[in-house]
Design a binder for this molecule. Structure first.
Ligand code: 0WD
Length: 252
């Protein structure tokens, strides 16, 4: 489904990461990958995974570091001369701000959460646009806490709402260049990012018992969806938030 395509994956922390499930399926479907890791500490977990997927480019990226982002895109341009898809699968909010009320969230905490979890998607898109010479796909990962109040999701709710809105505007802006923009909204999965949410086990138990299939989704299932969205088969879809939560979001 992705033979000959080149994709950038941002957001692998370890083998539980949603981005890793996606990267595995992208690789299986024939894509060549550029994979980033956050910092030196993350490298020892990410590099072996990236090498296992024969990634063509393995490089550090903290999305708050503009020089690093420029270097990454220079490497992609030099090595490939084009880019077909990007997966943005990262989020962050400072612990004190995440664990308190939205009303009490500090200005700095809010700006940091928005910068890393939302505006970084726009920054990646801006650099990817000139390389998407055959059109392409930009994918991000959101959560239902954007649409309704989920206990303990706190300030990430408004941040994910902004990310979903940005997805729609970016889709409208890039559509004429045959670039589709998608937000994937998975149900809860036990990852490092999830461990920052208080009482996350309760969220998982609830999702499992109320989802129509009475089970949680897997990172491989999210990867299958992401591969479809990155492929030419989904060119008719753009700007949408696509839930992959075993149907949990339809339940009252
Ligand atoms: O239940 C879940 N796990 C869900 C996650 C349900 C629905 C959505 N999501 C979203 C998250 O909000 C996030 O946007 O999926 C995305 C991926 O999260 P994940 O796969 O659940 O978590 P994880 O494996 O921790 O990957 C996120 C990674 C970070 O990991 P750590 O554990 O170090 O926070 O995002 C990366 C980092 O590797 N990250 C950054 N990457 C570049 N620059 C930055 C940064 N500044 N900050 C965090």
């Amino acid at each position: 489904m992705l033979a000959g395509k080149k994709g950038l994956i941002v957001g692998i922390a370890n083998d539980k990461s949603i981005a890793y499930g996606c990267a595995r399926i992208f690789n299986r479907e024939g894509a060549e990958l550029a994979i980033t890791y956050l910092n030196d500490k993350a490298e020892k977990h990410v590099r072996p995974l990236a090498e296992g997927l024969n990634a063509a480019i393995i490089t550090p990226l903290d999305v708050q570091n503009e020089d690093q982002m420029d270097r990454l895109f220079a490497a992609i341009s030099d090595q490939w001369g084009k880019l077909d898809f990007v997966l943005h699968s990262i989020a962050f909010a400072p612990g004190d701000d995440l664990h308190g009320r939205v009303i009490d969230c500090s200005r700095d905490g809010f700006l940091t959460a928005m910068d890393i979890s939302c505006h970084s998607f726009q920054r990646l898109a801006k650099r990817a646009e000139p390389l998407m010479i055959d059109g392409g796909a930009l994918l991000t990962v959101t959560y239902m806490g954007s649409e309704r109040v989920i206990d303990h999701y706190g300030v990430m709710g408004p941040v994910k709402a902004a990310l979903e809105s940005a997805t729609r505007y970016m889709a409208a802006e890039l559509g004429p260049k045959n670039i589709q923009v998608h937000a994937i909204s998975p149900g809860p999965l036990l990852t490092r990012a999830a461990s920052g949410i208080a009482e996350f086990d309760h969220l998982m138990t609830n999702a499992q018992s109320r989802a129509p299939g009475r089970r949680l989704v897997t990172i491989d299932e999210i990867g299958e969806l992401a591969a479809f969205l990155a492929s030419d088969r989904s060119r008719g879809i753009t700007g949408d938030v696509i839930h992959i939560d075993g149907g949990y979001n339809i339940m009252g």
